[in-house]
Design a protein around this ligand. Structure first.
Ligand code: NAD
Length: 700
């Protein structure tokens, strides 16, 4: 046995316990330990059945992601272990609780029986990492739960709970009391079963409907949802083998498809994002012993679009929050919005009425600053106006307790200047939520020049408690996300001037995998916001730099985006579907003529390249300036805040897949054609010349 797997006897039942905290993943040593346990049980005549269980709260949460890239002879042999479990001559009972996921579930599928405690969550999340269950999951799961349910679980990666698993036949019994006792009793009750053991591999896939129809439907659904992701389709190919081939051939097919996927760029990208997300919250220069303060009461200033959503984030995290507005009318309107939002979630069945009431009860509307003194964190979300924000921060400075964190949700203003309106700039931090604030996962935590370590980690910890993905960024115009996004949408407008149309550009980007194209996004956000910012900056703009004026023309036609029924597209009353508009095409053509640009056919490849490279080039500059801590943080920001496809890895990782030398060469070529908006970032040039990727860049 190994240290990671224990073995004990209880009468005629052997108990194999996986003890690899915290999640009992199948890292090096674990599969070997399980195999050793099975062999020991085989060798002991007094043993008549085996229970396989996890120590702690989980069964086995999956394979060890760090072993993915390992050469086959060094990586733990999960497949061999799973086969050894299935080939045991004595019945093996998997005792499932907590996470029984991925390789963990595949191990359980190979057992003779499965019992589960109420906490068990059983699933095959591999597809989310761009792969498929590669230790027999695609062949055994359909044999236990039927084709349709197996396809559903394997292509979505969504887990099922114990009750649903029992309905599906995935578990044989639900154990309400002590799981180990229940599993041992279950095992003991089965030792007298006569006849050969029921092995999952020997079962037929239950035909719930003609298999070809079920498979065709699954392919249609996956194609529609996958936005270019190949893994869901390969999952279906593998499951198909379970109905069309004998078990061993199906296993070979699964392995071929697994190998194809694990070596694909998409899977590399998805694994990169998975790890990048976990790395993002780590702040390199903050010592590990700096503790976040407890947040037991929050305040939000402003009950507008963002303030309401932020208040919901507090309430959803179980933290009582006071929302401050200028007058009762503004307050009533804001809280009514919050209530409508919750009600919509209740209507969709994703929240009970009781939970909604509990959450609403945590939100108190006020029109004075009395509650500020009790707050651990105050988040300001009033109009984007420096004078108003300074005035509010001066007042907060007086009213807030000495240890309170004072946060601003500004998207464009200088956090250092806001902090300077207080006598305690070290307590001031940016918490930049994205709209809708209660939905979007991304949170840019903006670190001011003087922000203290404590304030920073408190903001990050609060973000996590709100189930956001906090990423620490520095102060600059637009921080990381919007600063890059500006370059991206500007380039999209240049493409319009040169010959493209909004619908062409948007389609290229959604085909690449973006949730929405740049023009549909601009319409959704409202075109007036950018317009106001551009007007405010007009005086300081470099007159020689190319300027994208199309959006301004559109706003001047009173087309503000979805909210006015028209922007880059036309919208039918009450609908959000963008409809291409001939009026916009005319405007674009006329605008190009005014600028003396001869419009030409622009290829989809050029559109994709120019939009991606603008993101990459600005991202490189941001990294060089230290505004982002690491390139993977930029990727996380783009995937969780801007709908960049996770299976493309985020802009910086994607550039590495393309090769920075190629990116640089193309950027230089565009510079010759289009001028200074294409000046390569010095870091891009440096890394390309050194043959490195952004991932390999370490700040000196
Ligand atoms: P909004 O106009 O919807 O809401 C602002 C609210 O603040 C209004 O309800 C207003 O009555 C209230 N308010 C104004 N002065 C106040 C005061 N002195 N005390 C209390 N309340 C006051 O604006 P919004 O879209 O929610 O934006 C708020 C902030 O969030 C801005 O800084 C904006 O840049 C930032 N932001 C907005 C978005 C977005 O997509 N809307 C995204 C990220 C960040």
């Amino acid at each position: 046995m190994t240290d990671l797997v224990g073995y004990e006897r209880r009468n005629n039942v052997a108990i194999i316990t996986v003890d690899n905290p915290p999640l009992n993943v199948l890292g090096p040593g674990v599969p070997e330990g399980i195999v050793a346990g099975i062999q020991r049980a085989e060798a002991d005549d007094a043993i008549e059945a085996v229970v396989l269980i996890g120590a702690g709260r989980h069964f086995i949460a999956g394979a060890d992601i760090n072993t993915f890239g390992m050469p086959r002879d060094e990586a733990p042999d999960v497949r061999g272990m799973v086969n050894a479990v299935e080939n045991s001559s004595k019945p093996v009972v998997a005792a499932l609780q907590g996470a029984a996921l991925g390789g963990g579930l595949e191990t359980a599928l190979a057992c003779t029986f499965r019992v589960a405690g109420p906490s068990a969550s059983m699933g095959t999340p591999e597809v989310k990492l761009g792969i498929l269950p590669g230790a027999g999951g695609t062949q055994r799961l359909p044999r236990l739960v039927g084709l349709e349910a197996a396809l559903q679980m394997i292509t979505t990666g969504e887990p099922v709970d114990a009750e649903r698993a029992a309905e599906l036949g995935l578990v044989d019994e639900i154990v309400d009391g002590d799981l180990l006792d229940g599993a041992v009793a279950f095992a003991a009750s089965r030792v007298d079963d006569s006849g050969p053991l029921r092995r999952t591999r020997g079962l037929d896939v239950r035909p719930d409907a003609p298999a070809d129809q079920v498979l065709a439907q699954a392919r249609r659904t996956a194609t529609a949802k996958a936005r270019g992701m190949i893994a869901p389709l390969r999952c279906i190919d593998a499951v198909e083998a379970a109905v069309t081939m004998p078990f061993d051939d199906g296993m070979r097919r699964e392995r071929e498809l697994f190998t194809e996927l694990v070596e694909s760029d998409q899977s590399k990208a998805l694994r990169h994002i998975f790890l990048a997300e976990r790395k993002a919250a780590k702040i390199d220069d903050v010592p590990d012993d700096v503790q976040p303060s407890d947040v037991t009461a929050g305040v939000v200033i402003g009950a507008g679009t963002m303030g309401g959503g932020i208040a919901m984030n507090f309430a959803n995290a179980g933290i009582p929050v006071s929302v401050v507005e200028v007058d009762q009318e503004g307050l009533d309107k804001g809280l009514a919005n919050v209530e409508r939002n919750y009600q919509a979630t209740v209507d969709k069945g994703r929240l009970t009425s009781e939970e909604m009431r509990e959450r609403m009860d945590r939100i108190t509307g006020v029109v004075d600053y009395d509650a500020i003194g009790d707050a651990d964190v105050v988040i300001e979300a009033v109009f984007e106006d420096m004078d108003i924000k300074k005035d509010i921060f001066a007042k907060l400075d007086k009213a807030a307790g000495p240890n309170a964190v004072l946060a601003t949700n500004t998207s464009t203003l200088d956090v250092n200047e806001i902090a300077a309106a207080t006598s305690r700039p070290s307590s001031v931090v940016g918490m930049h939520f994205f709209s809708p604030a209660n939905v979007m996962k991304l949170l840019e935590v903006v670190r001011g020049e003087q922000t203290s370590h404590e304030a920073l980690v408190t903001a990050v910890a609060l973000g996590k408690k709100m189930r956001k993905i906090p990423v620490v960024v520095g102060v600059c115009d637009g921080f990381v996300g919007n600063r890059m996004f500006h370059k991206y949408t500007r380039e999209a407008s240049f493409l319009l001037e040169e010959g493209a149309l909004p619908q062409q550009v948007d389609k290229v980007m959604t085909d690449f995998g973006f949730a929405m194209g740049p023009f549909a996004v601009s319409d959704l956000a409202g075109l007036d916001i950018g317009y106001r910012i551009r007007k405010a900056q007009a005086a300081t703009r470099d007159p020689d730099e190319r300027y994208a004026a199309i959006a301004d023309r559109i706003v001047e036609m009173d087309r503000l985006g979805q909210k006015s029924g028209a922007g880059f597209y036309h919208y039918e009353e009450g609908r959000r579907t963008p409809i291409p508009d001939p009026e916009i095409e005319e405007l674009i053509v006329a605008h190009a003529a005014e600028l003396g640009i001869e419009r030409r056919e622009i290829s989809d490849d050029e559109i994709l390249e120019r939009l991606l490279y603008q993101l990459v080039n600005e991202g490189a500059q941001i990294l060089d300036e230290g505004i982002a801590q690491r390139s993977s943080d930029i990727d996380v920001i783009y995937v969780y805040g801007y709908g960049f496809p996770a299976h493309a890895g985020g802009p910086m990782f994607h550039a590495g897949l393309i090769g920075l030398d190629k990116v640089l060469a193309d950027v230089k070529r565009y510079r010759e054609r289009h001028g200074d908006t294409w000046t390569p970032a010095p870091l891009l040039t440096r890394l390309a010349e050194q043959g490195k990727t952004f991932e390999q860049y370490e700040r000196a």
